[in-house]
Design a protein around this ligand. Structure first.
Ligand code: SF4
Length: 289
């Protein structure tokens, strides 16, 4: 496989074939993100991508999932993306699920019919970073969309029959807006009603604008207990018809995996016990991104 630069994938794609079709992220402006800082976004040449599909056809015979890397592969023009998906379908036909990252810009660029065409060609899940439903914080972190656009695009991709996994970031609004961030995120998640929510806990990355804000005293990192309180408020204000709410990423202090609404009360009780000191939290040195 011809991998270039930083390769990232969602935790749930750990066993997937990782096919890199783009380098970097087409947005690359979120103030907390250091993943692709300094990397120029490019779409790789078809010849390289097709060579990698051949590699998968020969050596990845047991993997039934494939993840198209990197940041935001949905931005690829439809005709090229269709060619890549058709090649995967013909050369790696045992792949049952293709996943990719999407953002509001790339979803907006595709018509509903185009999204349905991608689903027909195997794209079954898209991962979208919401981070927060709080408009003030979305602007501050330079996410490139407000909450109403997030809701619109999240619903659009789900309507096309593509499952949606949304990432939110505990602690991203600092101390002052922590409660608003939690309730507004609950509001937006409820409006989109995705199949999956993944909550990560903020870790500051040196060199990012947010880290500089923190160093200058313009951003307050909340404590582990405050993060748990925020997570509890978010879960209690999130109303999903039947979604999986995960907070079991390496960055989280307390692993949570809840089917909502079924597990809501049990999960809130677990958080309450953790806040009373009755459940051990992950030590700081074991956290990672
Ligand atoms: S958080 Fe996602 S969209 Fe934002 S810069 Fe990083 S990779 Fe790009």
């Amino acid at each position: 496989m011809h991998y270039e630069g930083n390769i990232i994938r969602p935790p749930s794609e750990a066993e997937s074939i990782l096919l890199q079709v783009t380098v970097g992220c087409s947005h690359n402006k979120c103030t907390f993100c250091g993943t692709y800082r300094g990397e120029r976004f490019t779409i790789k040449k078809d010849s390289i991508i097709f060579e990698d599909i051949e590699f998968a056809a020969q050596y990845c015979k047991r993997q039934t999932r494939l993840f198209i890397c990197d940041g935001d592969a949905l931005i690829i023009p439809q005709r090229r993306l269709v060619l890549i998906l058709e090649r995967i379908k013909s050369r790696v036909p045992w792949v049952e699920r293709i996943g990719l990252y999407a953002n509001t810009k790339s979803i907006k660029m595709k018509s509903s019919e185009e999204l349905e065409e991608l689903r027909e060609l195997g794209v079954k899940i898209a991962y979208m970073g919401l981070e927060t439903g709080d408009d003030v914080t979305l602007k501050r972190i330079n996410k490139g969309a407000d909450s109403s656009r997030m809701v619109e695009m999240g619903r659009k991709i789900r309507k096309a029959g593509i499952q949606l996994s949304i990432t939110v970031l505990i602690g991203i609004a600092g101390r002052e807006r922590s409660h608003i961030h939690a309730t507004e995120t609950g509001r937006v998640l409820s409006a989109i009603d995705p199949e999956y929510v993944g909550a990560l806990s903020l870790m500051l990355i040196p060199g990012t604008p947010m880290h500089k804000e923190y160093q200058n005293g313009n951003f307050e990192l909340i404590t582990p207990d405050e993060m748990l309180t925020e997570l509890g408020t978010m879960i209690s204000t999130t109303h999903l018809s039947s979604g999986l709410f995960h907070a079991n990423h390496a960055s989280n202090y307390l692993p949570i995996r809840a089917r909502l609404p079924h597990d809501k009360e049990k999960t809130l009780a677990l958080i309450a016990r953790a806040l009373e000191g009755k459940v051990n939290l992950k030590p700081e040195y074991m956290r990672a991104l």
